[in-house]
Design a protein around this ligand. Structure first.
Ligand code: BYC
Length: 334
């Protein structure tokens, strides 16, 4: 339901419009492409800072997809029916797939997957704050799909128009899958809200716990965002953190009302003058604490990734050895 605005603006100028002019510097050609909304591709010249920013953002995005499998993985063995279990398994596998496309997109910028994974496991690289919260009830699985995937789509749809081609193209498929994830989460919430009073209370409690972390997921306010000015100039970020947050809130409040749940923030009120919902103050000290590694599940999440990486070492070794032998056989046959 959020992916309708994914359609890209029509017509990109001919590549030759930017090339072949001897008097232009690499920087001129890069700037001209950005101005014309033309994609930058892996083989194109790009400023070192643009490359570095993309590696930072895309690798953090990939880590978020992979770490994001953990809170939902907690419920695979306890999903309430075979159908719910099959859907949850498919969703979690999709998230793993998103991580792989994104690592591949980042690799086109010259950073290896090993380097990116090492940066995650050593704590040098971030992943989304939202995955440091626990999933104690089944309603949390509904809340993640509905709210977390809903917020992710809001943020990711504009990334389909991002100036770096491999990232933009990866986002198109990811957004389509996230849209299904959002709907399955809403469906879980709807079922709980139409169920027993205990089930509805469980849904309300999950909404209350996830609301503020999801609102914070869009990143610091525009005035505190260190990267936004530059990433917007480069056409990586198309809509600011605060504007995306507002879009998400405006889209979600009617959904909360449709579920018949109480609003999780007493200050949420339609402001006719602004044409948006007003909301209460955001506790940025909690956001900072989670980013600094002291959220409810930070240690658990990294420990799980380190363990998976260590236990998967033999798989990586076997795959490399298999590839080596195949190459050897091909060379002998040639
Ligand atoms: N969590 O200057 P700012 C999913 C950091 S997964 C942690 O505004 P920027 C799913 C930021 O990195 C989808 N850190 O930065 C998976 C920066 O620190 P560094 C996840 C955050 O980059 C499984 C500092 O704060 N989506 O859908 O311009 C199951 C200053 O911020 C956060 C993406 O990754 C945060 N929430 O804007 C279910 C989207 N927010 O790097 C679902 C791609 C900010 O200087 N990323 N920081 O150390 C982006 O769009 C942007 O990177 C952000 C931040 C909007 C997140």
């Amino acid at each position: 339901m959020y992916t309708q605005s994914m359609d890209l603006p029509g017509g990109t100028p001919e590549r030759s419009a930017f090339e072949g002019r001897e008097d232009r510097t690499d920087q001129d050609r890069f700037d001209a492409k950005l101005r014309a909304d033309h994609k930058i591709e892996a083989q194109d010249w790009m400023p070192a800072a643009y490359r570095k920013t993309l590696v930072r953002q895309i690798s953090q995005h990939a880590h978020s997809e992979v770490v994001g499998m953990l809170p939902e993985g907690n419920w695979v063995t306890r999903a309430p029916s075979l159908k719910r279990k099959a859907i949850l398994l498919a969703k979690i596998q999709d998230e793993g797939g998103h991580g792989l496309y994104l690592y591949s997109a980042a690799e086109t910028l010259g950073t290896s997957r090993e380097q990116m994974v090492d940066a995650l496991l050593s704590g040098q690289s971030k992943y989304s704050s939202i995955f440091n919260y626990p999933t104690p009830t089944w309603a949390d699985i509904g809340a993640i799909g509905w709210l977390v995937d809903g917020a992710a789509i809001m943020n990711q749809v504009p990334l389909c128009r991002c100036s770096y081609g491999p990232y933009a193209r990866a986002m198109i498929r990811i957004c389509k899958e996230e849209s299904f994830h959002q709907r399955q989460g809403f469906d879980i919430m709807l079922t709980l809200c139409r169920g027993t009073p205990e089930q509805k209370a469980m849904a309300q409690e999950a909404l209350n716990r996830w609301w503020w972390p999801v609102v914070m997921m869009f990143g610091p306010s525009d005035s505190a965002s260190i990267h936004s000015a530059q990433t917007m100039q480069w056409g990586i970020k198309r809509i600011s953190n605060d504007d995306l947050r507002q879009k998400f809130i405006d889209a979600t409040v009617p959904q909360i009302e449709l579920l018949g749940l109480d609003l999780p923030d007493p200050a949420l009120r339609w402001n006719a003058e602004r044409g948006h919902y007003d909301h209460g103050p955001i506790d940025w000290s909690e956001f900072k604490r989670v980013l600094d590694g002291d959220g409810p599940c930070n240690r658990e999440r990294i420990a799980a990734r380190v363990q998976a990486h260590e236990q998967g070492a033999w798989v990586r070794e076997a795959a490399l050895e298999h590839a080596r032998r195949q190459r050897e056989r091909q060379t002998k046959a040639a």
